[in-house]
Design a protein around this ligand. Sequence first.
Ligand code: BGC
Length: 749
Amino acid sequence: MPRLLLRLFLGSLALLAPCLAGGDAAAQAPMGWKTGPEAAAIERRIDRLLRQMTLDEKVGQLHLYGRREGFDYGEIRAGRIGNVMNFVDPVEMAAVQKAARESRLKIPLLIGLDAVHGVSTYFPLPLGQAATFNPALVEEAALWTGREARALGINWTFAPMVDMSRDPRWGRLLEGAGEDAHLSNIMAAARTRGYQAGGVAATVKHFVGYGGGEAGRDYNTAWIPTEQLHDLHLPPFRSALDAGSLSVMAAFNSVNGIPATAHKGMLTDVLRRQWGFRGLVVSDFGSIPELMAHGIARDEAEAARKAIAAGVDIDMMGFVYSRHLAAEVRAGRVPIAQVDEAVRRVLRVKFHAGMDTINDIDPKTAESALQSPPALDAARRAARESIILLENDGILPLDPARHRRIAVIGALARPDQERVWTDPAGVPRKPLESLDAALARLLGSGATVSYQPGVTTYCGKEFADRAATVEAASAADVIVAKLGEDCEFMGEGASRTRLTLPGVQDALLEELIGTGKPVVVVLATGRPLVLSHLKGRLAALVQTFHAGSEGRTAIAEILTGAANPSGKTPISFPRAVGQIPVYYDHLPTGRPETKGRFRYESIFMDEANQPLYPFGYGLSYTRFSISDLRIETPRIDPNGQLKASVLVSNTGSRDGQEVVQLYVRQPVASISRPVRQLKAFEKVMLKAGSSQRVSFTVPAQALGYHNAAGRLMVEAGGFEVHVGTSSLTELKGEFSVSGSTRDGVRLRP
Ligand code: BGC
């Protein structure tokens, strides 16, 4: 919804491109927590300001208001709006900044935007970034996104989203890092560091349990046992906060019956008391008045009271703090100390982030900060590594000697046809290369590349010139079909019960397969679709999670072999919707599947238990072998570290990258433990024919679990280690943890 507003006025922005600012954005000092005397000086400054501020000015700091037609800049000048969002137009941004400087206390504004996977230069969706298994690259993506946002005057982003979900029915799966807690922790930290180094304060969201909504329906109720909350849902938040995230966003959903926006146990007891978080918490869009719909507040004033008492400092577009807080304080129903504490946290973030030292945007230097060559280069590298090769019968890489006529089919092959829910559309962009143009360029003059959209734009709802499409396909040596989900089929409010290709795309694909020509399908989706019906019928299957500005070029590089695929599935691909949730680190059950289709085991009558493509899976044009697993620490204590190494060899004929994955299992403990869990991974580049020993270190405390009281336990006993190139790996070793007690070891007291 906020993006809709954004789109309404961004059309004018292209005309103003030369006026955009921030040429020296690259030189910004990273944002983050200050320490020692600097931090103490900030607290003294906040004390002074709190003494000077009127109640209305205090409430203004807790109010976040979005850009709209007729926005009254006088409200900023009067100190009644302390934070804004969705401004990107440089003329309006300059007016916003000027108004803040003209306010009585000259307190800087938080100027927020959802810079989810880019601003002007687009990177793969976060789910695709996770598929790279390359945290340094993901950090770089967030860095460029932060820099571009900062160049437009934005100093705060509502990202990273780190919600854990194992439910591809949920449209917002694409904003996270997939099903695995370890991978999500690593990505949460990388993205946080990148954004803040780029000059925008990060907001880790949505706290907590938003990805656990029943049936994958957006905003739905989440019931999450304490153990799972602490083992799965909370760790990526902790990881982002350890990486310095200055703010947190509360979630829309209720978790275990309590709406997250009023969840004192989470927002105050866990976040602030246990974890020591000193930054601010912002509500989600209108989530404070939604406490009435949740059925825990009779009116707006009660919703405001409950939210601020729980620990929500800023009301995003709910207008209930601005309408009711001052009166509630005057009536004695909200203690002024509660308001002061919330204001203190907001000011703390502003001053630790150095927001009052940010220069107004400089109209002259803006363009150079958007889609700069190094940003596009980073986007190309990220796109390449995000692409997952799921199937290949040997047709890829394309060979110009054999594949002379290529028919590219699908509107998504053209950049202007691809609409991704998370893009703040309208920000100036240079023209991008189409898939057909990139293939023609890379295959050279020996090949002929034709293009047919196949479907009308907008989610492939209808055929576009069906006869011409089939004719072009029939005349080709190879069909490359770029299909998928875009527009309303992905993102917020886009939960689905059928995970098929939207519109007529499945029918189109059947026609293409029906030509008898080899079909290479390139998918651009926001989630894993159900692809079982295509098994064995395609020449190759390539998965992307909308690979961004350089995506089509990177896809062409992969298809032609200019780049070797190295992406891995960050989430299991279900065979059928009825399997969901299907994830690799499940518990064993008392009746694990051992005999195949034996009725009294934990199986389905009509479908396999296993996903179609498991977590951590992805093919390459070369072959890797992993051998000689050495456990260097066969016995460790609970404060020690597991050290292990393997020999990785590229036994094929091409250079390539492999993600070497280390999984651990505790076969016997006092509670049932997952069949395996990822605890470490390394992405290595190996020349054809070469080998390398790859080492891993895993702290023993990462082997623990939380009990029903939310306490971390590391239990003594034997552990298995599995190392390989996907979650199915067979290579196995053993070690043990000793010295701990059955009471466990407490971490981070
Ligand atoms: C989303 C948030 C987002 C906010 C502002 C909400 O609808 O849930 O993730 O940051 O809008 O755009």
